[in-house]
Design a protein around this ligand. Sequence first.
Ligand SMILES: [Ca+2]
Ligand SMILES: [Ca+2]
Length: 509
Amino acid sequence: MKKFLCLLLALCLLLPAASLAESGAESLPVSYNWYEIFVYSYQDSDGDGIGDFNGVRSRLDYIADMGYTGIWFMPIMPSPSYHKYDVTDYRAIDPQYGTMDDFRALVKECHEKGIRVIIDLPVNHTSTRHPWFLSAVESIQKRTFDSPYLDYYCFTETPSGNKYVKISGSSWHYEEQFAGGNMPDLNLHSEAVLAQLQDIVTFWLCDVGVDGFRLDAVTSFHAADVAENVATLDKIKAMCEAAKPGSYLVGEAWVGQSALAEYCTSTVDSFFLFPSAQAEGFIVRSILGRSPDAKKFVNGLQSVLDAFPENTVLAPFLCNHDTGRSIGLLQARKLPERAKFAQGVLGMMPGYTFTYYGDEIGMVGAGDDPNKRLAMYWNDGDMTTQPPGVTSLEYAYPCVDDQLADPMSLLNYCRTVNHARLASPLIALGENTFVYYDANVVLMKREKDGECCWIAMNFSRKTEMTVTIEAAGLTIVSDLVALEGHASLTEENGITTVTVPPYGIVVLE
Ligand SMILES: [Ca+2]
Ligand SMILES: [Ca+2]
């Protein structure tokens, strides 16, 4: 009887946890299609011109319809800067964007629509106005050295190198990896700082309900010491697993492929795939130029797959808030078909893709950071104010409303790409094999658990191409049309021949 009562009690204790897990975000599948949002520039709801959470909330139907199943919010915590990468309070919301209740409501509605949420976590540094820093500096200036936060930063009287800033009225300096940013580096060796971090990630994951974090500036955690940085990344991952198992972490390690491969040995789920991004990335390089070269794509992706540990989840992207926008990288202001094809190639990458807001409508921007963070171009009457410091303001492609109405728009192409990824999860999750390739065409196979899908991409913008697959009974699941014409297939003696129009991409199962 006693045993039975114990069992009953144990069951009662277990039940609430189990039902919570089934009803909440835990039951959502992992997102393959992430969308990066700069709240400031996305959608205003209260008339002050600055984007906010309720504004984003009013656009969730658009985001869900586009096939984005995850949102990465750039920093949302209180900060003196417009970009908010210098935080003054890790457990609050910047009032420019709304209240904590607004954010909770936004997260809840995202989950109801099947959208996961990760937030930027800039913990390499704080703002110089963070109370921890103010307290520590004050005790240094007063020579009392009694602040409980002295250990939180990297103070020294004997600075080496140029990454230190002198504290006025004292002989002490603080470390600042991002020179001139008023962003003093936290001491990530400090047990007290790590305890704060555990508390912070637990708050956002468990109390607020986000699904993970984008980890900012991880290469600066311990200057350029990769092994130390990886060790700290492992600690952060363990903190998140302790708080909420299965939460997703993606790190920003803006380094070349071999260093990136070292970061991928950490337990953090993903690192942004910089080798795929920007003008020198293998996606843009394979498409640019007088004649396309699919081999650059093949070599680029294969090289990454060879270099990275096997369990790495790739996080490919073309551009983000720090880089020039993809239309400029692709020189595609007048070539929407090229912009589309690049989004299609990105969409056929294994792993989880990240799209920067506005890229789906061909927004442009380069040079000074604010130029890369312009107001989302919904229509001429409905936009936020521009971020401070914009020096080049231009929209090269039509607004969202116009592109929604045009079946051949870049927006509708991106929508089709996202839905192709959702229709064939093996694109994201399968193991890649290059079955055939030449300068014009690539045939890839993605396999997992005995199932597979096939992807053919035609990098030529002039010539129709055919590829053959040694399999029968295949059907076209997704047919991405960047220019014109549709893919088709014939089958004979167990061999499938696929015809792909110029800039065409086709998924078969
Ligand atoms: Ca507002
Ligand atoms: Ca640091």
